[in-house]
Design a protein around this ligand. Sequence first.
Ligand SMILES: [Zn+2]
Length: 285
Amino acid sequence: MPEMQALSERLDALLAGTTLLRIELLGFSSLKTYAPAHESVQDHRLVSVGRRAKYLVWEFDDGVHIVLHLSQAGRLDIERPPKTTKPRGSAVRFVFGHDEAGLDGESIGVLVREYGTHRKASWWVLAPCDEGPLAGLGPEPGSEAFAEIMLTSDSRRRLTTDLRDQHVMSGIGRGWGDDILHRAKLSPFASLHSLSAQQREALLISVTNVLAEALELERAREGGLSEAKLGGRFKVHGRAGEPCPTPCGDTLSRVSFENYEMTYCPTCQTGGRVLADRRLSRLLK
Ligand SMILES: [Zn+2]
């Protein structure tokens, strides 16, 4: 959420009020809809760029919206003026211009690129009432509905699973999830069902604070609108083997799954217990 929120704010400040002059399809697999036709959005004014979960939502003056998911390997390049090249991994280029708010006839390109083949950038052109991939997303941190889940949900799934399930609560993801659980001193294998009222409150406060701090850093960050690398921003996630930042004197540990790993501090979160590394124990069976 923090990265996408800050990105949507920058794009909104840069582009709201301009007109979408053209869409250049550079890679055909990234567009997930065929109606309305993407060409139909051309010549419409961009009202705003916002965010929902990890999606950027581009609202146009006819109510049509473009929803863009950068995924983990996607990024945006701003081109002033727009280029005509097709760099490797290019998915689509949006060209905006004719702005009343001061572009002075200059146009701006927004190039969506993806690195790697696993997690692709995707975008949807949606009619006014069509939610597309936004349908069924869980509430956002900061909302009342979100707080209610934290304080009352009887979910017996692992916290780490609920935190990154976009249909339960949106916009957190596994990286910030690790940092949030560490801050709240909760085991990633605990469930909402197992938490005391105090622990639930600690979790809610941790979500709020970790995301707010991340957003503040992200808003202040310089050097491009988006970057492929996120790793350095986390205090715990992806840092197994490094000292716990509390600092409690312990070393951060990890549990590996097929596609990801979860990082935690045994002393701060699991009462000193080192959790079995699932991948390793399966290999040893
Ligand atoms: Zn610790």
